[in-house]
Design a protein around this ligand. Structure first.
Ligand code: FMN
Length: 234
């Protein structure tokens, strides 16, 4: 049986571009953030960070970095969702530590997190090893199915994919709580990164304007592509 509250959250979620001033209660925000942390991620490496912007001066600069879009300016809360391509080692160690608190590591856990993950994620000084790994994987794939032994750009894509899933989970959780959001990719990535003091391997995945929709929050009725452009059976 479908879960009605899940589908009503999915169907009623819209990109909201004009918000009421009413702040979002901390407990609602915390529940939505904790739901987002449950999102699936590549190798469970959870490469995301939600930066909740509370400082008014930072907020003003963040609005400007978001090109002063109306949702950024009207939302009671703005969040920068950051993706980290360089936290894999720290997070891998944490996964192993948690596994170890649950008993002896299984062989598959050891092999995956101690050998395969470093092989896939290490790209060497200046990322120079990456293209070699990629060429090697492409050649090996001519002979047998081979995963992409990633270059830096592949790792970046991986981190953004997983982070976007956390964003989707967060937005749906907010909707289930009766709150709204606007995901924003329209921002200046260099200014945003400098403003938030992000390290080299981090980037803003998207900004999320959060609050309750005003009467003019939804700008038009939903527009959907034909189903057979989106779904295909082979
Ligand atoms: C990654 C991403 C970036 C987006 N960037 C912006 C943005 O910068 N400004 C904006 O107004 N809407 C932005 N949107 C919202 C989309 O325009 C919106 O999701 C789409 O038109 C579908 O409408 P709906 O979300 O109401 O179903 C973005 C959505 C996504 C997923």
């Amino acid at each position: 049986m479908p879960e009605p509250s899940f589908y009503s959250a999915v169907e009623s979620r819209r990109t909201v571009r004009d918000f009421l001033a009413e702040p979002i209660p901390q407990e609602v925000l915390d529940r939505a953030l904790d739901a987002a942390r449950l999102a699936p991620s590549s190798s469970n490496l959870q490469p995301w960070e939600f930066i909740i912007i509370r400082n008014p001066l930072v907020r003003q600069a963040a609005n400007a970095a978001c090109l002063d879009q109306i949702p950024a300016k009207t939302a009671p809360l703005l969040i920068a969702l950051v993706t980290h391509r360089d936290t894999w080692r720290r997070n891998r160690d944490e996964i192993l530590r948690i596994f170890e608190t649950r008993g002896p590591l299984r062989r598959s856990q050891k092999a995956y997190y101690r050998r395969i993950i470093p092989l896939v994620y290490t790209t060497g000084p200046y990322g120079l090893l990456g293209p070699l790994k990629r060429v090697f994987s492409r050649l090996a794939s001519l002979f047998k199915p081979t995963p992409n032994l990633m270059a830096r750009e592949d790792i970046r894509i991986m981190a953004h994919k997983s982070t976007a899933l956390a964003a989707a989970t967060f937005m749906l959780a907010l909707r289930a709580e009766g709150y709204d959001s606007c995901p924003m990719e329209g921002f200046d990535p260099w200014r945003a990164k400098a403003l938030l003091g992000l390290p080299r391997g981090a980037e803003v995945n998207m900004f999320l304007a959060v609050g309750k929709r005003s009467e003019k929050g939804v700008w038009w009725d939903r527009v959907l592509m034909p189903r057979d452009w989106a779904v295909r059976e082979i």
